[in-house]
Each structure stands twice: as structure tokens, then as C-alpha cells.
Write a protein that binds this ligand. Sequence first.
Ligand SMILES: Nc1ncnc2c1ncn2[C@@H]1O[C@H](COP(=O)(O)OP(=O)(O)OP(=O)(O)O)[C@@H](O)[C@H]1O
Length: 634
Amino acid sequence: MSARAIATWLSGPVLRAAPEGAFVLREAVLVGEQRLLGEVIRVARDEITIQVYEDTSGLRLGEVVQGTERLLSVRLGPGILGGIFDGLLRPIAFDPNDPETAWVQPGLHQRAPGRFHFRPSVAVGDRLAPGAVLGEVAPEAEPGPERDLAERGPAGSGPADEAEAAPRLRQRCLLPPDAQPGELIALAAAGDVLEDAPIGRMRAADGSEYAIRLAHPWPVRLPRPVAKRLPADEPMLTGQRILDCLFPIARGGTASIPGGFGTGKTVLLETIAKWCDADVIVYVGCGERGNELAGLLAEFLELEDPRSGRPLLERTVVIANTSNMPVAAREASIYTGITVAEYFRDQGLDVALMADSTSRWAEALREVSGRLGELPGEGGYPAYLSSRLADFYERAARVETLAGAQGSVSVMGAVSPPSGDFSEPVTNHTRRYVGGLWALDVRRAQSRFYPAIDPLSSYSNSVQDLARWWHREGCTRWEALRRRFLTLLEAEARLERMARIIGRDAMPAPQRVTLLAAQLVNEAFLRQSAFSAIDRFASPQRQAVMMRLIGRFIEEAEGLLERGVAPEHLAGAPVFRALIRMGEEIGEGDWERFSALDRELTATAHRLVEEVEAVQAEQSEQTEGDANAGQGAA
Ligand SMILES: Nc1ncnc2c1ncn2[C@@H]1O[C@H](COP(=O)(O)OP(=O)(O)OP(=O)(O)O)[C@@H](O)[C@H]1O
């Protein structure tokens, strides 16, 4: 019999209750007649404290709190993919064409079990370990050919311009990771089944039997077990040049995106969600404005998956907890998001999780902590803020699953520091747990330079590991060019100050070359509009070609300087303008135009040298003539 308790104190989403029976920490509870979902967050001898994840406005003292004898869990199953949920994985009503639901509506009911086509890959009599693959699952409506995700195309192969859509992706059904190992004693034949209906039976070593289903519950705060963690040595490609080439993260890596108001956090996360080379996208909208999220959902509904030609939403899970939804549920949405991501990872998939914004989650922690009367730490946040952030980011990894497949969860979290102050606690603590920092700069955003990532305060810890990948892909100079670009950008920051004082023209020629090269790196490479039809995505091949071309320009500019060509001559040449515009104008696969640009650069360099040599020859002829004339006169 589950325990019950009587509410004795209420404050917003937090309540205290006198227990009648034993509760355990993190147990899910149902509060009051409305059976609002809550979680036990503190257990004392004669009092339990509960955080309620739903609107508590109607609650009164004396309400009954019913224990459930299980930890706060979500039901994971194939029906999640393509869905839009609240923080507790209940479906959210959203249809942009229906004015009633065009606004994100909080979910009130549990997800109804979906019907799926199950094709077993094991047989009765097989001995199965936890996490074993039982078979494949496809949507009932579309039993046609599916795409096996293990057979996915080359990494970052870019948008599919072929008109025909690839088959829908195929999911796998697993024995839950906490199931008892044993023998499969019954199994349904291939056919359509409800997610919740038994598809077979297992007999454990102790003789006990249990049913297996397509869906299984999992406690959100408990990381799902894996066989082992693998080194993160493959990039998580985003299609954004500044990220993939200057501040890359690995599959299974983490990045934080701190940025002041309106600097482009949401657009950047959305762009990555659309173009990154993950199999499954989990997008957690945590405490963001409802209309912003509704806009994102409407866009996702329409968006075609560049990899398959199918709707992007089909391989996306959106977990939305807008600012008008109960504040405590932000915590649930973060843990639910990462649990869902791990569920797909365990099927041998690469998952990218975007959380926008972790600051709203931290604010929720602060609010709940305040109501609990806990001693406030830095910035009013609870002392455990740092460990909560660590718990979240540490669940990102590239792993070998229990079934022996490889999968990964990469996590990218936006941080919204008040007044853009990066020394505030959430930004500061997050920095300690992430492998990459993509710092958004207000000045860049104000000058509409997007993505507004500041190359001087951003970093990546994975450069050396990923350089080997670029090398294997044929871009052997990736690391050297990356270093060159960053050195130029640093030098530019120093020289700009001097240029403002004495004027650019008064600077020595080598410094003017540095400024010119840095201008090209910025304008041709780092600037990349999320809304440009051609440039919103760049494949690694296109990034490598552009990187090499800019590298060539820098070498030519330096070589020309030695031959006496002033940088202004190069800046005035049509090839410089063409290079600046190449991202906007030369699309994927148009390698011939890039080669033509390369040839034009060589031709321009020759022409400029010839011109200078002609002038120099003319000058020396003139000097000689003057000297002869002088001698004659003497
Ligand atoms: N990569 C980009 N390409 C083109 N435009 C961009 C890009 N990033 C941001 N913008 C422009 O900047 C505006 C603000 O961006 P966004 O809403 O993402 O900022 P934010 O940091 O999420 O804001 P908030 O602090 O309100 O959450 C966008 O509406 C868009 O016009």
C-alpha cells in the first residue's frame, strides 16, 4: 500500500505534509483531488516536502498527498518521436492553423499509447540481458521501407537536394535497462501493437516472470546505464562555420551559449537543431516566452529535414515549458529532456539536445529554494546550483550501449545572464562543466553580425581530438588554419584600437595586411546568416574549401607585401569582393566556382606583381634616365 500524507503548509509550488506511512526521497506523488503530479524533495521524520509540477492555485491545506512508490518517471516509447510535450512528457496541444491551439497549451493528460508495427529480431528461448534489442518499430501508418539509422549517410553530407524523401527512420525496441536478465519465453509475431500492450514475456533467473512492452517507464533523475563511455573523437557537425571550424564540439560533448538579451541564442539553437548531423533532436524550451516557442513549433512543422527530405519534426522531440507554465516544471523539463535523449542514444543513435534556457531552470531552483527557506548562495541561487548543472551536463556522452551499439547525447544549453554579465553564477558554474563555450557578443549582435559568437572569448576543449577527424576527411591543414584565423582575430582586436587612434592608412603595411586578412575571416567565414537560403548550412567539405581559400588569400597577401604590393591593391581587386561574398553566393557542391575563385586569386596576384614590377621598372628607368641626364649635363 502506498503511503499518504496531509498537506500542512503551502507556498506556490512547494508544500509540506504530515506523512502517514513511509515516503522515499524523489518519490512521485499525486496531490489533492486533481491528482497534481509532485515529487518528494525532502524527507524528515514527521514531515515531507513536495515540489508540485503543476498549477497549484486551487490547492488547500488538508489536501491528501498520495504516494506512488516509484520515483518521478516518464514513459519512454516509440510514440515520443515527433511529439511536442510538456516537462512531464504529456502532449501539448499545438496546431498553428487552429486558433484554439495556436498558443502552446500545457499538457494535462498522459500520452495515449500509439500503435506501431513491431518486427522482432529475437526468438523465444533467447537469453537476453538488460538493454537488449528486441526488434524494430515503425509507425503503423507507414509500414513501408524505413531507414535504418545505423545505415545513415556520411557525416554532415548536407542537405538532400534530391526531391524524393528518404524513408522514415526506424526505431528499436529494447529490454529496459533495469530489467532482470533471463530467457525470452513468449514473443509476439511481427505486426501492429499498442505501445503499452505486452509483446512478450521474460523469465528471470529466480523463476519470476514479467511482461515486456514497446514502452517502459524510467526515473528522470537517474542516468540510464551504459556498457562504457567512449572517447569523444568525432565532431558533432552543426553546419555553422564558426562552430565546426573554430569552436567544435564532439559527439557526446557539451557547449554552453551565454548571451545577453536578443543576442541570438534562440536563433542559434534553432539553426543547430535544423542542420546538425544528429539522428534525433531533443529541443527543451525551458521558461521561454510562449509566442517564441509557438513560432518555433510552427517552423518545425513546416521545415523539411535537410538530410531526408521528410518533415524535421518527425525526428524531433520538443519539450516545452513556457514562462506561463508552472515554474517548478522547468526542473522536470530539463531532466525529462535528457532522459528522452538517453532513451534514443540507447538505440544506437546520435542525439543532440538543446536547452533554451538553463537560466530559467536555475531561476526556478532559486524560487523553490527561497520558498523552502534555504540559505541563499551566490546571486540568491541555492548552494546546490553547481551540482545540479554538473549532473545535467555530465549525462552527455558518447557511449557503447548495453546492447553493444554506439550512441551519443550532445548537449547545448543557452544561458541568459542578466544584463549580459558573464560573471554571474549560472554562466560561471556552467563554464566549469562544458567542453565548449560559444559566447555571444552584444556588440556583434548590435552590428547585426550573426552568429554573434565572440571568437576571442569562446573556446573548445576538443580541438586536438577533432583535428584527426578533419585530417581523415582530407582537410589536413584544418588545425593550422584554425590557429591562423584565431591569431589574426586576436591581432585585429589589438590593431583596431591603434587604427582608431592613428587611422588605418597611417599604419605600417604589414599591419594593414593583418587587418585585411582578419576582415576576410570575419566577413567571408564567420558571418553566416541563419536565414540565407544558400549559406544557412555549410557542409564540412564546403567549410574546408572556404577555409583553404581564405588561407591561400592570406599567403598571397603576405607574399605580395614582400614583393611591394600594398594591401589596398588586393582589397580593391574584384577577387577580394568575390571571396567576401562566397558563402552567400557559392552553394553546396558548386566546387567548380570555388576552383574558379582560386584561379582568379592566383591570376590577380600575378597581375598585381606585374603591375608593381612595371611601375618599379618605369621608376628605375626614370631614375637611370635622370642620372644619365645629370652625368651628361656634368
Ligand atoms: N544566426 C543569425 N542569423 C541571422 N539573424 C539572426 C541570427 N541570430 C539572431 N538573429 C537576429 O537576432 C534576433 C534575436 O535573436 P534571438 O531571439 O535568438 O535572441 P535571444 O538571445 O534568444 O533573445 P532572448 O534574450 O530574448 O531570449 C532574431 O530575431 C534575428 O533577427
